[in-house]
Design a protein around this ligand. Sequence first.
Ligand code: NAD
Ligand code: UDP
Length: 331
Amino acid sequence: MQILVTGGAGYIGSHTCFALLEAGHRVIVLDNLCNSKVSTLDKIKLLTNKEIIFYPLDVTNESSVDSIFLNHRIDAVFHFAGLKSVSESVKKPLEYYYNNVVSTLILAKACQKYNINKFIFSSSATVYGRNKVPFLEDSELMSATTPYGETKVISERILTDVAKANSEFSVSLLRYFNPVGAHKSGLIGEAPNNIPNNLMPYITQVAKGKMRKLKIFGDDYPTVDGSGVRDYIHVVDLALGHVAALNNLLPGVNVYNLGTGKGTSVFQLVKAFEEVNNVHVPYEITNRRSGDIAECYADVSKAEKELKWKAKLGIIDICRDAWRFEKKYEV
Ligand code: NAD
Ligand code: UDP
């Protein structure tokens, strides 16, 4: 198939482009490079020995998006492009709603116009808000805790309504848990353009000496050791989950948790990273981060059963691969 990948130069998009090319698909990437570099696409070409068609454009620009659909035969759309900093979304809600919701609207509209009926959307476990863990796909989405989370809830609703109105439209809403790690080559990985917000890139940058200390946001949660618990999934497993979602796409709305089903605390992750890589990660305990929940992990039985997909890599692979990428990575 020929697949349009928005945000394909970014962290998860780049690993998914790799997996799609390896599975024999062709990819067209749209990315405005606001949080990525074009060199990532060159590295994927090097690793796969395959071509990628790239357009450096903003997915909120409707006429540019339309011209791509007009000029290429597209079989499926994978929509990764989005702003993803939870804390920034609280400070800049309009920017987040505009970028993340308008991009979804424009792509859904183009799919309708050009009769493209396969759509895979990057959603997030954040849509579960303060539901009880483990999170299940059929839980009621009460309220996300941040504007970023709301952009995912709204985009899911838009795509669900499009599928309700058009029985030929198939959409997969993939709710990612915490993607971490990097491709084993060490060539592609998480390389945010600014100071990282997520835990793992922060750990790797402190270990490398780019940052002095990790701040651990709270040690008084009702968890195994007081620090926050998350379901860390290796990005390579996550990328393969997208290929499985495409292969098993049913008409209508398909919702899947892509996680491991296991929770790991901040302290456990830092300790594993230090042990696996034989490095030191200095840290201090600070206040809780606003909007954070104590625990977040998936029930993954639906994806395992229906997609015949399961995360295979664990915390040790994650820590080793994230560090290999960070050591090789030059800004
Ligand atoms: P990323 O920032 O590395 O990748 C997103 C890519 O989209 C970047 O290359 C960026 O330049 C591009 N982009 C953003 N807005 C754009 C626009 N308007 N037009 C064109 N390109 C645009 O982030 P990621 O971690 O790869 O996340 C991919 C998707 O998965 C996002 O939608 C994110 O919200 C979602 N997600 C990420 C996580 C996570 O922890 N990384 C968790 C759950 C969901
Ligand atoms: N966290 C932390 N310090 C950081 C970044 C994150 O202690 O610099 C904690 C955070 O409070 C949460 C966990 O690490 O418990 C994962 O945070 P991340 O931002 O990576 O993912 P999210 O909270 O969005 O699931």
